[in-house]
Design a protein around this ligand. Structure first.
Ligand code: GLU
Length: 275
């Protein structure tokens, strides 16, 4: 009897969970929902980072500001992990409404998704051990380099340096840095602001340095499904965030203590929305 009682209680608990999941922000078949699903990184400190139940970082702050301008208060946001390799798919399948995830605007990506923004301009760089003499991508001859699948960073290496570098691709930059700390990787490559945030973590203090010679221009856009009607409103919100001083405040707060200095291309003007 006792066993049956527990089983019934367990069933009820599962039922409640299922109901919560269904009510919790999934867009109905008719497209109506009072929630908005936003894709961010969960593992990039200073940009998109899941800290227990809290979501932190510059991408997250810009997303929050934009969502609010679109009429979605914080409790209407559902944060979804959007790893580099999954972003186009997630937008095309409408698993998310918008992506703020260090997501560079590129012509290739525009074939499958749309972008609002940019809201930030970064540059590809290298993270190396503090005592390393690697000074730029042309010094990677025969070295072990780590980057992330589906990123512009990995693509650039393949396009320009593939013959000389041993490139290992992992799902996230945090994994690359862990691997470098373990000793089997000589350098990690992606955007300077991402590398600065990762290197500033307590566990790595003093171990790594960002080379500081950016070799690309990465304009961070807001990823959208091609059907989205939100681009113009998002651009208006980004401009308002910049003009109000909130953008600068958010950037400074999220890069404090990392030694990072944003390039002169910041804050950027927003591109015209695609028709
Ligand atoms: N901004 C680059 C990209 O969109 C690298 C960072 C990332 O993978 O998120 O691919």
């Amino acid at each position: 009897m006792r066993r049956t009682g527990l089983a019934v209680a367990a069933m009820a608990a599962v039922g409640a969970l299922t109901l919560t999941a269904c009510g919790g922000g999934s867009t109905g078949a008719n497209g109506s929902s009072d929630k908005i699903k936003i894709g961010i990184k969960f593992d990039q400190p200073g940009l998109g980072f899941k800290d227990g139940e809290n979501y932190k970082g510059f991408d997250v702050d810009v997303a929050r500001y934009v969502a609010k301008e679109l009429g979605y208060a914080e409790d209407k946001i559902e944060w979804v992990s959007a790893p580099s390799a999954n972003r186009e798919n997630m937008l095309q399948n409408k698993q998310v409404d918008m992506i703020f995830a260090t997501y560079s605007i590129t012509d290739k990506r525009k074939e499958s998704v749309a972008f609002a923004g940019p809201y930030f301009v970064a540059g590809q760089d290298l993270l190396v051990k503090s005592d390393s003499d690697i000074s730029g991508p042309e010094a990677l001859n025969g070295k072990n380099l780590c980057s992330v699948t589906g990123s512009t960073s990995a693509q650039k290496v393949k396009d320009n340096y593939a013959a000389k570098v041993n490139l290992q691709e992992l799902p996230g930059y945090a994994e690359c840095v862990t691997t470098m700390a373990g000793g089997s990787i000589d350098a990690v490559t992606t955007d300077d602001i991402i590398l600065a945030g990762l290197a500033a973590q307590e566990a790595y203090k003093g171990k790594f340095k960002v080379v500081g010679q950016p070799f690309s221009t990465e304009k961070y856009g807001v990823g959208l499904n091609k059907d989205s009607d939100k681009c113009a409103a998002i651009n208006t919100a980004i401009k308002k965030m910049i003009d109000s001083g909130e953008w600068k405040k958010a950037l400074e707060a999220n890069t404090a203590g990392t030694g990072y200095t944003p390039s002169k291309d910041n804050p950027p003007a927003q591109d015209a929305c695609a028709k």
